[in-house]
Design a protein around this ligand. Structure first.
Ligand SMILES: CC(C)(COP(=O)(O)OP(=O)(O)OC[C@H]1O[C@@H](n2cnc3c(N)ncnc32)[C@H](O)[C@@H]1OP(=O)(O)O)[C@@H](O)C(=O)NCCC(=O)NCCS
Length: 159
């Protein structure tokens, strides 16, 4: 299928669409206030995917020093399995690298197979578990990380 979606920076007028997207995607969605604050943060990377004038996907990340964190990412339920989530994730990782991040971190619900598969496919690896991290419903988080810039010790030949 030809992808007609436009990937662009999030603007404040996207907020109602982002709230709706969060509500349709998460059991414990971010509020308008939380989303507004995150987007306004100068450390934020905030992108939306728009199709025919409608916001169908969103990713929010944050870069501090040489580390980035994916805060939230969602694709409208009617637009999933078209590669849009992966497209936004790759763009957020690339933007993080451009801003100096060497590692990207995120948390994902243990039961969230779709997201976990997407992250693994994009090069993220498991780095730990945060017990009881989520509420509504309570669940452990799997911590994933993606090293954009290999550490000096990674794959170094043994002398
Ligand atoms: C996770 C999410 C963003 C994926 O978006 P998407 O646009 O459907 O994903 P893509 O089409 O880009 O798929 C990328 C890869 O993810 C994996 N994937 C996506 N949906 C999947 C599913 N339902 N089951 C298994 N694997 C899945 C696949 O590996 C897929 O690659 P493939 O199509 O080559 O098999 C979307 O399911 C979503 O919005 N979920 C609700 C919000 C959420 O859970 N966000 C993540 C919070 S940590």
């Amino acid at each position: 299928m030809v992808d007609r979606c436009l990937l662009r920076p999030t603007v404040s007028t996207d907020l109602p669409a982002l709230v709706a997207l969060e509500r349709s995607s998460f059991s414990d969605p971010w509020t308008a206030e939380q989303l507004g604050e995150a987007i306004a943060d100068e450390a934020a990377i905030a992108l939306v995917l728009e199709e025919q004038g409608e916001v169908v996907g969103s990713v929010l990340a944050r870069v501090v020093a040489d580390e980035a964190e994916i805060l939230t990412i969602a694709v409208s339920p009617t637009h999933r399995r078209r590669g849009l989530g992966r497209r936004m994730l790759d763009a957020a990782v690339a933007d993080s690298a451009a801003r100096g991040a060497q590692t990207v971190w995120l948390e994902v619900r243990h039961s969230n197979r779709a997201a976990r598969e997407m992250y693994l496919g994009a090069g993220f690896v498991a780095a730990g578990v945060r017990r009881g991290y989520y509420r509504r419903p309570p669940e452990d988080a799997i911590v994933l990380c993606h090293r954009i810039v290999p550490a000096a010790s990674d794959g170094a030949p043994l002398q």
